[in-house]
Ligand binder design. Sequence first.
Ligand code: HEC
Ligand code: HEC
Length: 457
Amino acid sequence: MPEKALETVLGGFVLLGLSFVGLSMSPGAASAESFEEFKTRMKDAKVLAMERHLKALDDRYDLSDDASKTMTMTHGKPIQEGVRVKLREVVTWDELAEMSPEEIRKQDFFPKGFMPLPHPNPTEGGIVFSKTLIEAVEEQEGRDLSRFDVSFDIPERFQPEFPPPLFLKTRPDLGDVSRSRLITLSNYRELFEGIINAEQLEGLRLLLTPFPQQQFNATEDRRTEDPSPGVACFDCHVNGHTSAAIQSASSTRPREPSRRIDTPSLRGVDIQRLFGSQGDMKSIEERSEFELETAYFDGDAEAAKRKDAHIPQQADEVRLMAEFQKLIDFPPAPKLDASGKLDPEKNDDEAALRGQELFFGKARCATCHTPPHYTDNQVHDLKVEQFYRPGITTSQAAPTNGPIKTPPLRGIKDSPPYLRDGRLLTLEDTVEFFNLVLGLKLTKAEKKDLLAFLVTL
Ligand code: HEC
Ligand code: HEC
């Protein structure tokens, strides 16, 4: 290679590296940039980044509106139908299922939508809230949860219903105790006094209280227009469920592009034995403390100090938060019996009954998703990487998937989008995903039956 050309290549490289660092640099850090200048630069960068990201989403998914006329979430929001992940080439799903992982990898046939979904701004990472949540919290609490450097990416129709209902283990007789409202500091007493005890009420107050976080804080190293009091646990785990907010997994290497994680529901969290999708924590208390001190600051202890992290003074605060979380129940599943299964004697939904047979038989789902809550409380490595070549994903991070905890499937129709990073938009997508990843070779009719069973859970 002539020297000149090499220099250009190297130059390009260095430039790229520089802009990478430059983008993520906060105001004041090794530069004379003011907060206003920083904001303007980040806003400009956002336009381009979001354009690129939305184009990538369009490449991965069919985002059109195809709301079910019959299937709804617990409070009536229609479920979006159909497989939304786009096929790569002129192969059908059935043809793809006939191919071996090696063939699929060699020909780059693995659908992009089955690969890790990147954070909408992988360089910056952090928490990103949906427009729905931002507007509701602004209206009710006067807190602004929007960021100037990134906006939320998944259309509202693929998000959980809002505000989601909340069911308590101790008071199933009451049904939805949120009474269809967003639970916040301004109404929690009115809603919960006399229903739960004083400790649980205090735990709930703490779950609703905003605490400083990496992007939402009062320093100039923040991503909100105005100084922010922070985020509350229930901004993400709204009404004990999920608002579809995303965050980046705290990485041990600070400036590594972030991996995206979708907020899991806290419904039924007490039946779990491992906490966090990698199953590395053993109690709700441990996880709650981790959120406040570590996850909130992308694992950056220095930043946590600088931005006034709320370090729970007494272990008591975390214990009280856990007291309330342990009350959060799954939504009712009227068709299931005490063992968590459909009783053929009492059910006339033939498709769901056939789906149940498949779930426990040919489709092998029950080897990991065991009733009554449809989790074995173990981690499994689905080895998704065997289907594609590294570096081919649209994500800069291109993370491996690794061992992940089996999430419970009780109430699953209420929790789109699916998988740890929310890369699958519909339950049909999850059926195609497992059909391929587990090599099940299900027929079209069998896939339909399996779906009919999943929505009864
Ligand atoms: C981004 C918004 C967000 C906020 C704010 C948040 N969480 Fe989480 N929470 C998550 C995500 C994402 C995970 C999954 C982490 C993982 O996959 O490792 C999680 C996991 C959990 C879990 C484990 C659930 C499970 O199924 O394993 C608990 C318990 C929990 N959070 C409690 C809390 C508490 C308590 C607070 C407030 C101190 C809080 N969270 C604040 C997003 C959030
Ligand atoms: C080897 C164990 C295993 C088997 C078998 C299995 N799953 Fe899963 N399932 C998992 C794990 C682990 C995850 C989480 C993966 C992730 O987030 O990347 C998961 C996630 C899911 C999700 C998304 C849950 C959520 O909250 O986002 C659905 C739906 C699902 N599985 C359905 C099925 C169906 C249907 C079958 C049978 C066709 C099946 N699974 C078979 C382990 C398994």
